[in-house]
Design a protein around this ligand. Structure first.
Ligand code: DAH
Length: 337
């Protein structure tokens, strides 16, 4: 093969190889200019044929034309196989600022439950947990509920089986904790509780934080001191509390604890129904009968317990009038916290 025919063949091969590897418009155009442009390799070769001896010109001319046609055809095909602007994926502009992902935050009830636990953690209480599906034994029997107590009725309790129910309070965690630990015991037990109840101040699912302290020489003064410190920390410094005699099967004596109205400070208003006080929690000294269920010696130890309604505490702290707001999941409400 003559020298020039070899050069044409080489240029064609290089061009086809370059086209096969080109993956975008810019590279394709560069290859076209390199081989077919006015100063391109194949163009220059075709132009140089004039200096060949006349006998060689026709064959060389045909070879040059065929090579140019073949490369032009391959270029056109490669152009057609690139994703077009219309059908291809949209161009990605990596310099545009990104779309921030929507960030959620803790629910006001969960946050209140944490805040309550934090207050007691600072006083030396640790956290204990128990199951939401509970047995009759832990929910009622070991807490000294008499067999005919109304809470044991289907009207109030959600049963899931024979002697199996959704716990109606967090108090069963008291028994479970004492069963597993020897005194001293200082715990708070946060969690969900369930009752057949549904109105503006009651939800069938609600939250409580249970408290239990059993140690040597615990008196009701300790209960009052701990709850006073809690009220000051959770609501505001100096928040007054008062204890009212009450009854619970698992405490003796029992007390309902009120705080001075968060709205009027005790002067009397619509929120506190002119009494100056708001009901906050139930409490009392652990009934010695409970110690019999867990193998503690009532002549050695004594204790106090309390149960705080978390929803109620959140409603009082943030001035929420309807408990349904807490559980409807309306973002316009939840975003305020
Ligand atoms: N378990 C009671 C309830 O759900 C609240 C309660 C009252 C808990 C007194 C206690 C307590 O630990 O001492 O209504």
């Amino acid at each position: 093969m003559s020298d020039v025919l070899q050069k044409i063949e080489d240029a064609k091969r290089d061009a086809l190889e370059a086209l096969a590897g080109a993956c975008d418009l810019g590279v394709l155009e560069k290859v076209r200019i390199e081989f077919l442009g006015t100063r391109g390799r194949l163009t220059e070769l075709a132009r140089s044929l004039g200096s060949l001896p006349p006998a060689e010109r026709p064959a060389a001319g045909q070879a040059a034309n065929r090579a140019k046609a073949e490369v032009a055809g391959a270029h056109k095909a490669a152009l057609g196989s690139l994703p077009s602007k219309k059908t291809g994926p949209p161009a990605l502009d990596v310099t545009l600022p990104g779309r921030a992902p929507g960030r959620g935050h803790e629910h006001v009830v969960g946050r209140t439950m944490d805040e309550i636990c934090q207050c007691f953690a600072k006083l030396g209480f640790s956290i204990a947990l128990g199951p939401e599906v509970e047995t009759d034994y832990y929910n009622f029997e070991a807490l000294n509920f008499p067999a005919d107590h109304p809470a044991r009725d289907m009207q109030d309790t959600l049963f899931v089986g024979d002697k199996l129910l959704l716990r109606t309070h967090t108090s069963p965690v008291q028994i479970r904790t004492m069963e597993k630990n020897r005194p001293p015991v200082w715990i708070v037990a946060p969690g969900k509780t369930y009752r057949r109840d549904d109105d503006v101040t009651h939800s069938p699912m609600f939250c409580q934080v249970e408290g239990l302290a059993v140690d040597k020489g615990i008196t009701m003064a300790d209960l009052k001191g701990v709850l006073t410190a809690f009220a000051a920390d959770f609501f505001s410094p100096g928040t007054k509390i008062r204890l009212r005699p009450s009854f619970f099967p698992f405490t003796e004596p029992s007390a309902e604890v009120d705080i001075a109205c968060v709205l009027c400070g005790g002067r009397g208003c619509r929120l506190c129904k002119e009494t100056g006080w708001l009901e906050l929690l139930g409490s009392g000294m652990v009934d010695p009968a409970l110690y019999g269920f867990v193998g503690y010696d009532p002549s050695e130890v004594s204790g106090f317990a309390f149960g705080i309604g978390v929803d109620r505490a959140a409603m009082l702290k943030y001035g929420i009038s309807n408990i349904r707001h807490l559980y409807e999941g309306d973002l316009r409400f939840l975003r305020q916290f």
